[in-house]
Design a protein around this ligand. Structure first.
Ligand SMILES: Cc1ncc(COP(=O)(O)O)c(C=O)c1O
Length: 420
């Protein structure tokens, strides 16, 4: 078996950053991944929210083939056709004015933080009173580079690498009073995810989002919204903040943006863009011709195939079915999220781990975040019959779990009666 050889070689050669599942995937078709033995797996994770159009979509294959023949890379020293064409599509859909392209989510977030501090510097030069502090949220996740980990809540991501970027304070999630108490003229930006991802698929409350916008506007600070996991259609709108009627000053996109080719973007208002001049920020690869061509194909395909509407329908169906399961099984304590960014919180971390493994045995890929939260981030092309398959598998697992728990409890009672 190839897997064992690869596993042994990786154990010798790679930094031990990942605990991989023992699976070797060789190809994909639609919503399925196919392993080295030809076994098919229903993928409800899509490469952690990346493969929005699934696997082997003709639009992506054609764009890669066409653009790789024409031009893969030129650097940002020259023009190519893709950036402005893609920026037009993104600004129209997000309500933002200008774009900078990066390669990954964390780079987009770094750029967002740099923009916020540069903008505050510009305001200070114009006589305004505004500092350099960031307010981020508890349970947030923004990536692994220094600015991003500095604004990411969990200590395990930050502390081994300290000192991290200074000037970050964390606000209790959805706690408007804590936000008001910590906000001042020292703050240059309030940083949020509209729906926290790694933090357990937790949506911001309307009140909190509105308060953040109001406070930021009161001093010239910026509202910066990370849409790296929630954006680009996953919640049935291009950006999750659009469900709230909020328009941020800066937002970030990545993950599904180019359907599996690395690409990130930071988008901002015209006002914020005043802070940036040639040479202040840049990248070698970001926004290259290949990534842009594929992202354009992804967006055009989403429009052509009506995928926002589809995500809304199938996402609501998924959530209804999960709520049905929760009504039946006590082990599910909450169902939350929006459309195809949905989660079921369980009553124990052990059950979370076991459920992922049991789903794997049934050839369905999901993951568990924040210890107890089963997270589903399927491709947008998911259909209702795939949802039914996943729900039936979960039903079986939780029924077996309840039965196992009942048997264990009877054995305990019998043991007690025997005086053991
Ligand atoms: C909300 C959010 N922001 C930022 C990132 C970082 O993106 P990347 O892994 O592409 O650097 C992630 C990745 O999971 C994320 O979920």
């Amino acid at each position: 078996m190839k897997l064992e050889g690869i596993r042994a070689a990786e154990a010798q050669l790679l930094l031990p950053t990942y605990e991989r599942n023992p699976l070797l995937f060789e190809r994909g078709e639609g919503v399925h991944l196919i392993d080295e033995n030809g076994d098919r797996y229903l993928d409800l994770l899509s490469g952690i929210g990346v493969n929005a159009l699934g696997y082997g979509h003709a639009a992506i294959e054609d764009a890669i083939a066409r653009q790789s023949k024409a031009l893969i890379h030129t650097s940002n020293l020259f023009f190519h056709e893709g950036q402005a064409e893609l920026a037009l599509r993104l600004t129209e859909r997000t309500g933002m004015d200008r774009v900078f392209f990066s390669n990954t989510g964390t780079e987009a977030w770094e750029a967002a933080m740099k923009l916020a501090r540069a903008h505050a510097g510009l305001l200070r030069s114009e006589g305004r009173t505004i500092g350099t502090k960031f307010l981020a949220l508890e349970q947030s996740f923004h990536g692994r580079t220094y600015g991003s980990v500095s604004t990411t809540y969990k200590a395990k991501y930050r502390e081994p690498f300290g000192p991290v970027v200074p000037g970050v304070e964390f606000v209790r999630f959805n706690d408007v009073e804590d936000l008001r108490a910590k906000f001042s003229h020292e703050v240059c930006a309030i940083l949020v995810e509209s729906i926290q991802g790694e933090g357990g698929i937790r949506p911001l409350s309307k009140e909190f989002f509105a308060a953040a916008q109001e406070l930021a506007r009161s001093t010239g600070a910026l509202l910066v919204v990370d849409e790296i996991q929630a954006g680009m259609g996953r919640t049935g709108k291009w950006c999750a903040y659009q469900h709230y009627g909020i328009q941020p000053d800066i937002t970030t996109l990545a993950k599904p943006l180019a359907g599996g080719i690395p690409l990130g973007a930071v988008l901002c208002t015209e006002e914020v863009s005043r802070a940036i001049h040639p040479g202040m920020h840049g990248t070698t690869f970001g926004g290259g011709p290949l990534a842009c061509a594929v992202a354009i194909a992804v967006i055009d395909t989403m429009d052509r195939e009506g995928l926002l509407k589809h995500v809304t329908e199938v996402g609501d169906y998924f959530q209804d079915k999960l709520r049905g399961l929760a009504a039946k099984h006590d082990a599910i304590v909450d169902v939350r999220g929006k459309r195809l960014r949905v989660a079921a919180e369980l009553d124990s971390a052990d059950l979370g781990k076991r459920t992922v493994q049991e789903m794997l045995k049934r050839h369905i890929l999901i993951n568990c975040t924040s210890d107890t939260v089963l997270r589903f981030l399927p491709p947008y092309i998911l259909r209702k019959e795939h949802v039914d398959e996943a729900i039936a598998a979960l039903d079986e697992i939780f029924t077996e779990h309840a039965h196992g728990a009942a048997v264990a409890s009877t054995a305990r009672v019998e043991g007690d009666l025997r005086g053991e």
